[in-house]
Ligand binder design. Structure first.
Ligand code: SF4
Ligand code: SF4
Length: 144
């Protein structure tokens, strides 16, 4: 077991210095897109198509349903700084580090979270009793 380091001064993390401790600037490594609330099987069929793409997730929280695309911003420099800081978009300016991804993973605040196709398909099967029957019918129609 590693020995505890002695005499290491503890640095208090504040709003002002927090971002400098954030490895990889987590808030710049994804974007989200608000969705109309999915209700019908066709809506979920569309989501299954979207989540079939690499690094696309889906979640629901108090604000509704969102696509989450995990891809770093092209302006994020290797040192974690913004390459277009002076002209960065409004949404970046409005993002607060008060209680952000540094403090807790975003997933903790989600009511529902789907990390891929299989998880969403399982949800669809539970939510709609006729999900698989519908697929059989669609397959027949496609062959006809
Ligand atoms: S706002 Fe939060 S997640 Fe973004 S760089 Fe600062 S500490 Fe990291
Ligand atoms: S524009 Fe700058 S602040 Fe906004 S996501 Fe990209 S790197 Fe982050």
């Amino acid at each position: 077991m590693a020995k505890e380091k002695k005499n290491t001064p503890k640095i208090e993390i504040t709003r002002e210095n927090k971002c400098s401790f954030c490895q990889g600037a987590k808030c710049c490594t994804y974007f989200t897109q608000h969705l109309d609330t999915p209700r019908a099987m066709d809506d979920f069929d569309q989501l299954l198509w979207q989540i079939s793409h690499r690094d696309v997730r889906l979640y629901k929280d108090d604000d509704g349903w969102f696509l989450l695309v995990e891809t770093p911003c092209l302006h994020l420099a290797d040192d974690g700084r913004c390459g277009i800081y002076e002209s960065r978009p409004q949404v970046c300016r409005q993002h607060s580090n008060d209680y952000c991804e540094f403090d807790a993973s975003a997933e903790e605040g989600f009511d529902l979270y789907f990390d891929g196709y299989d998880a969403l398909l399982e949800y669809c099967r539970k939510r709609f009793k006729g999900w698989d029957k519908r697929m059989k019918r669609l397959n027949k129609e496609t062959k006809a």
